[in-house]
Ligand binder design. Sequence first.
Ligand SMILES: Nc1nc(O)c(N)c(N[C@@H]2O[C@H](COP(=O)(O)O)[C@@H](O)[C@H]2O)n1
Ligand SMILES: [Zn+2]
Length: 394
Amino acid sequence: MDNSPVLAQIDGSLPNYNLENTPPMNSTENRVGSDFDSLMMLRCIELARRALGRTSPNPLVGAVVVKDGEIVGEGFHPRAGEPHAEVFALRAAGEAARGATVYVNLEPCNHYGRTPPCSEGLINAGVAKVVVGMVDPNPLVAGGGIARLRAAGIEVLVGVEEAACQQLNEAFVHRILYKRPLGILKYAMTLDGKIATTSGHSAWVTNQAARSEVHQLRAACDAVIVGGNTVRQDNPYLTSHQVGVHNPLRVVMSRHLNLPENARLWQTSEAPTLVLTEVAANPNVQEMLRQRGVEVVEFTSLTPDNVMAHLYERGFCSVLWECGGTLAASAIANRAVQKILAFIAPKIVGGSNAPTPVGDLGFTTMTEALPLENVRWRVIGSDCLVEGYLKRHT
Ligand SMILES: Nc1nc(O)c(N)c(N[C@@H]2O[C@H](COP(=O)(O)O)[C@@H](O)[C@H]2O)n1
Ligand SMILES: [Zn+2]
């Protein structure tokens, strides 16, 4: 999915924008930088998105080198352990980087991690100016990269298209700040709030366009979680359904391992599957799963927060909860969910016992309802997507 409002499909060629002398926008929004700066930052985001779903625990980063108003080098960070975006862009620019302006959606790093500091690389390349989308919240960077560049006499502009840059790396930022992956609860319901009929039939609540959006969402996430009930009822694939596109780790939470012998999730050639259970649960099923290439991990206590802690340790930034209402309620109560994506189909299915997206939270008054903030909605085909963030509840 490419949300860039300005730039069309990437074809690998360098676009020829020569608007560098455009003055800064004089708007009431306190926009940072010129139209050209914005255009280049959106290009960085576009490049960064080429590695969608593949960079964790690292962020999505793209970089562009501009000389005399022309792009002379571009790059993006492909995965953790590989060079950073700035390095690829400087390599592509070669000698043209001397005296150039480098655009990057995240502050250049200033530490020796898996790779050497990009601040030093930019200084050694002789660049004149660096335009940064947002400060890196990683305590190993946190303004240090910007300070190092300025100390070397390089002009640094910070905050161009900052909202778009923050949005791109919201999961990375959440991971750094809270030492947990960002939890996203996604569900599809009818206009009367049902995720299936009374018999449990749910194929399909929404139309193809909304389902394709979910496939793209999976491609951007590190893991997708369901409970045993979803495996038994829906027998899902939980893949991105696109050849050559990233698939998340498919995670099943099941305390007692009363799972079917045959399920699409046990076919691991296309995407890996991890089953999380409690110590000593159903050894025969554990054996059956392992023989099929499914990883099984036993927890002393299988709670959503323990699961998120485990996925954090595995280096994950984003986890998609695609579970039924009971597990969704437990994940919300456990603060394992921060973001909600509710697909709403304009149809009525009725049924007083038909399942709903979120089970019992123990609330008895409407004043206890959990409000969402930064709420947005858009129409996707014939359905509607409402998204927002749960306020950090105590
Ligand atoms: N500015 C920038 N560009 C990139 O391409 C990046 N990957 C990062 N990442 C920052 O550096 C940390 C990872 O460092 P190593 O890959 O281990 O060397 C990551 O946590 C970010 O803070 N930054
Ligand atoms: Zn770096």
